[in-house]
Design a protein around this ligand. Structure first.
Ligand SMILES: Cc1cc2nc3c(=O)[nH]c(=O)nc-3n(C[C@H](O)[C@H](O)[C@H](O)COP(=O)(O)OP(=O)(O)OC[C@H]3O[C@@H](n4cnc5c(N)ncnc54)[C@H](O)[C@@H]3O)c2cc1C
Ligand code: SF4
Length: 462
């Protein structure tokens, strides 16, 4: 008899093997495992897990269907709230959302909601279960900028309501961070992301790639010349931040975004592609978020000895617990309470090392986390050939600087009402990282949903 206080364990690739390949780390549940895990859910009436879900999925509802083996029904329940469940089941920080609130977690481990969501979504992909589409279109044209989770969700929801939606994407591939940022070993591109996007296409959404709004055309032109009655901006936050320390311009210093884009989108890890990448032999990744873990685990798979350098302690690491755990299992070394002060450069302009100081935690700062303070006399040097900066990103100002009347705040984030996405420009809505700065997939999806509803109300009352 299985221990009901514990999650049904999920099968994963062996850490030693997976550290050398780009295949998916986690295999997910099979039918029997999913049904057994679902039977741990006690179907709370006032389900706390739903309160923890930013898009309010009917979690006890879908889990009750998994319990009885009605997987298609389970998918339909999730589909009412989430357009990308196979993605969310893999990358959402469940420990701080639904699972963090699950009543089972008070005495034992919470129900493995994320892995159950993933199982149901994968079942739907494998069995080609189609989302329900609108019977006919209502003749209103809406433009969506960006094909990340915010744009895809907004486009899908509007199409379901009967709108004629066109998504304009700057890159040659659809998916935003899901394709260029998060690596294959966490989120397979063809098996998962492309198939979820196909489901949005099946709803009738049109996609135009290689269109950079603000360069190829502008928002005003979309409205005035191309007949779009409303626009949703889901252009993300793709502009990397740097530390501003000496040596940061040296050869061998990357932003995590560039490093990951070369690998994920341009397949540098695959020898049949021409994309160059400085794989490095001794790599430091600066930062402690999901992006830092992804860059570190990618560098490891390219053969390097990899160190995470983070100025706070393990408790404050912003990355998902599962990613930190996987990174450690694979052999990434964590240099915590450590801060770089200078990149050391050789006579040819290449990275040869990094000066650092040790830190200790002082009083809490504005973020509520304890502020790291330098330990006097603690300077030391690390020998390195590659440094990957993963310190966060902000929105690219291209759209805001080419759109009259669109207000941004001091971080260049678009000012928008969080309940309906309305910006300071009439008919223009926004959501996701372009509004909040770098956040999460599920928050971007929630903002896409709110934006679709905002646009629907606007056009219905026009
Ligand atoms: C490496 C990495 C790992 C992450 N890991 C996780 C994780 O594990 N869990 C999690 O929840 N979140 C994670 N995140 C964060 C999450 O991916 C983002 O919060 C989310 O993708 C934001 O969605 P979005 O739709 O707002 O923007 P994006 O996904 O950034 O999509 C924006 C799209 O707009 C396009 N675009 C930009 N400008 C223009 C323009 N001018 N014209 C046309 N198109 C334009 C971009 O090319 C892009 O495709 C991670 C992020 C990164 C970078
Ligand atoms: S809180 Fe946990 S046990 Fe209760 S309904 Fe949600 S998943 Fe099931």
């Amino acid at each position: 008899m299985a221990d009901v206080l514990k999650k049904v364990p999920v099968r994963e690739q062996d850490p030693k093997v997976r550290a050398t390949n780009f295949e998916e780390v986690c295999y997910g549940y099979n039918k029997e495992e999913a049904m057994e895990e679902a039977s741990r859910c006690i179907g709370c009436k006032n389900a706390k897990c739903v309160q923890g879900c930013p898009v309010s999925i009917d979690i006890p509802g879908f889990i009750s269907k998994v319990k009885t083996g009605e997987f298609e029904e389970a998918y339909k329940i999730i589909g009412k709230s989430s357009a990308l469940p196979a993605v969310c089941g893999r990358v959402c920080p469940q420990e701080s959302q639904c699972e963090g609130k699950c009543i089972r977690g008070l005495k034992g481990e919470p129900v493995s909601i994320g892995k159950l969501e993933r199982f149901v979504a994968d079942y739907a992909l494998e069995n080609d279960i189609k989302p329900e589409k609108a019977d006919s279109t209502n003749g209103h044209k809406v433009a969506v900028i960006g094909s990340g989770p915010a744009g895809l969700t907004c486009a899908g929801d509007l199409a379901k309501m009967g709108y004629e939606v066109t998504v304009f994407e700057a890159l040659h591939e659809l998916g935003g961070v899901l394709v260029y940022g998060i690596p294959e070993f966490r989120l397979p591109k063809q098996k998962v992301v492309a198939k979820e996007i196909d489901k949005v296409k099946e709803l009738g959404v049109k996609f135009e790639t290689n269109v950079v709004i603000g360069k190829s055309t502008t928002i005003d032109q979309l409205i005035e010349d191309e007949g779009f009655e409303a626009v949703f901006i889901g252009s993300g936050a793709g502009l990397p931040k740097f530390m501003g320390i000496p040596g940061e311009n040296a050869n061998g210093v990357f932003s995590a975004n560039e490093y990951l884009t070369r690998n994920n989108l341009m397949k540098a890890f695959d020898e049949s592609y021409d994309t160059p990448i400085a794989a490095g032999t001794k790599v430091a990744v600066i930062g402690g978020g999901n992006v830092a873990m992804d860059a570190a685990r990618t560098a490891l798979r390219l053969g390097a000895d990899v160190h995470i350098v983070y100025r706070r302690s393990e408790e404050e690491l912003p990355a998902r617990v599962e990613e930190v755990h996987h990174a450690k299992e694979e052999g990434v070394v964590f240099n915590l309470l450590t801060n770089p002060t200078e990149i050391l450069v050789d006579e040819n302009g290449y990275v040869k090392g990094m000066k650092c100081v040790k830190m200790e935690l002082g009083e809490p700062d504005a973020s509520g986390r304890r502020r790291p303070v330098v330990v006097e006399g603690s300077e030391f040097e690390m020998e390195l050939d590659t440094v990957i900066m993963s310190l966060g990103t902000s929105p690219n100002p291209l759209i805001s600087s080419t759109t009259e009347g669109l207000e941004v705040n001091k971080w260049k984030c678009i000012v928008a009402d969080e309940t309906n996405g309305q910006t300071t420009k009439e008919g223009v809505y926004a959501g996701g990282d372009a509004v909040t700065g770098a956040a999460t997939v599920i928050l971007a999806m929630g903002a896409g949903k709110a934006g679709a509803q905002g646009i629907h109300e606007y056009l219905s009352n026009k």
